[in-house]
Ligand binder design. Structure first.
Ligand code: TRP
Length: 334
């Protein structure tokens, strides 16, 4: 059908606390995406157990992430927000794709190398085949576009290679997905080292603003944010700390660089940092209130979880059955 929307798929791990960088750089910009795309946002809990997790914590974080997505404005009637573990097709397709992926390809993955160095006591097979499960996530939904950060580009490339290989053998089974580089949000850097991205896995808690930080914590972290020599609030390459704060302020207030520079002309870093902190509080407070509100409504969240899993299952099963037939599994008798 000519008017059928393209498909967008993205997955996120529920490990670590989401940061202001995740919000301003990604989440916030996804809210209107469902006008142009049929959107799937999957909480990838199966990926999470490639490193050891506390079960109660994983469960709680997965639900918190799902709730946060809705609180951030992703309408769960228009966006399919669901848990990976509720759609068995992910694991089933991953198994099949494992048989079409080479050891050498997986050995080259930089994330595997990084994570095996970090978790040397637990280099399990799941950690190794992590990218195959990710490929299954994407291909199961015949995604056209996948919004990913640079760190996931290698996995997306592999997904395309696997899909092309499979299609080469069996005909057009999978859509070949593209990275989504459209409306990208602000790139927010660490408050303690502006040469690094703000990251939920940063060991220094002062480097990141977490979405659930209370106002005092937010203001304090901004007061401690590293700035540069001099005292001028000016956007420039030799002022990475100040420029990052300007970027944050632009994203929270909608002001332009010129407006921000003018606003703080003649004022010091102290006033500026406080204003940035307050603008972040103004953005995060209503978000936190919506999370609290939604969290109280267990029946509502449960119904979203159930309905969206059913929707996702329906779509996933269509691809899965086609793949199973192609590789030669016997037909189901009904
Ligand atoms: N590996 C991704 C990350 O760590 C998460 C992920 C899993 C994902 N499956 C996906 C992202 C599918 C995009 C599409 O960020």
């Amino acid at each position: 059908m000519a008017d059928e929307k393209k498909v967008l798929f993205s997955g996120m791990q529920a490990t670590g606390n989401l940061t202001l960088g995740n919000y301003l750089g990604a989440l916030k910009n996804w809210v209107s995406m469902n006008e142009d795309y049929e959107c799937y946002y999957c909480v990838v809990d199966e990926h999470s157990i490639t490193v050891r997790q506390n079960p109660a914590e994983l469960r709680q974080r997965a639900r918190a992430l799902l709730t946060l997505y809705i609180a951030a404005g992703l309408d769960p009637e228009k966006n399919c927000i669901y848990y990976q573990s509720h759609v068995s097709g992910h694991a089933e397709l991953a198994w099949i794709l494992n048989c079409y992926t080479y050891m050498g390809e997986l050995q080259r993955m930089t994330q595997f190398k990084d994570k095996s160095a970090k978790h040397a006591d637990n280099i399990n097979a799941g950690l190794f085949t992590y990218p195959v499960l990710m490929a299954a996530d994407i291909l199961l939904f015949q995604a056209d576009v996948v919004p990913v950060g640079i760190d996931q580009m290698q996995h997306l490339e592999l997904t395309r290679d696997i899909a092309q290989r499979f299609n080469g053998i069996y005909g057009d089974v999978f859509k070949i997905p593209e990275a989504y580089l459209g409306k990208v949000g602000a790139k927010i850097m660490s408050l303690q080292d502006p040469s690094k991205k703000m990251s939920k896995s940063d060991e220094n808690p002062n480097a990141s603003i977490y979405l659930m930080d209370d106002p005092d914590t937010i203001i304090r972290k901004f007061k401690r944010a590293v700035t540069d020599s001099g005292s001028e609030v000016r956007y420039s390459e030799d002022k990475p700390g100040v420029s990052n704060l300007i970027d944050i302020y632009r994203a929270t207030t909608g002001k332009s660089v010129e407006e921000v520079e003018k606003e703080f002309d003649g004022k010091g870093y102290g006033d500026f940092k406080l204003a940035v902190g307050e603008s972040v509080v103004d953005v995060l407070k209503p978000l936190q209130e919506r999370v609290a509100e939604l969290s109280k409504d267990k029946t509502y969240i449960d119904s979203i979880i159930k309905n969206n899993a059913e929707r996702a299952n329906y779509v996933a099963t269509k691809t899965l059955r086609k793949v199973q037939k192609k590789v030669g599994f016997p037909e189901r008798i009904r």
